[in-house]
Write a new protein. Structure first.
Length: 111
């Protein structure tokens, strides 16, 4: 079956979308800063990343749109956190994927 005719599961699509959302170093930096600060950080703290504020704001908006970031507070005192449930779900999905790859490699060695 050609690759382009495959129908992908919801899990595969979710994992791929999550990976794409975090595929940029600036977005990883945003997530790391939030985690390093107890999973709640004011927007201003994210401006320490070596990009201009407009770029950081754009990436924050995209991470929010994809459900990775949550917003707390009101205008002027906005804070961000990571959606822990989503991260756990994606981590479990990636762990299962990597484990199946390990099993496959092990089976090939035994063959």
């Amino acid at each position: 079956m050609p690759y382009f005719n495959l129908k992908f599961s919801n899990t595969d699509n979710e994992l791929a979308n999550f990976a794409k959302a975090l595929a940029l170093p600036v977005r990883i930096a945003i997530v790391r800063i939030i985690i390093a600060n107890g999973n709640l950080v004011p927007k201003e703290s994210l401006y320490s990343i070596p990009f201009n504020q407009e770029t950081i704001t754009k990436h924050i908006a995209e991470l929010k749109r994809m459900g990775i970031l949550k917003t707390h507070g009101l205008r002027g005192s906005i804070k961000y956190s990571i959606d822990e449930r989503l991260f756990r779900q994606m981590a479990d999905g990636f762990a299962m994927l990597f484990e199946s790859i390990r099993r496959f490699e092990h089976d090939l060695q035994d063959y």
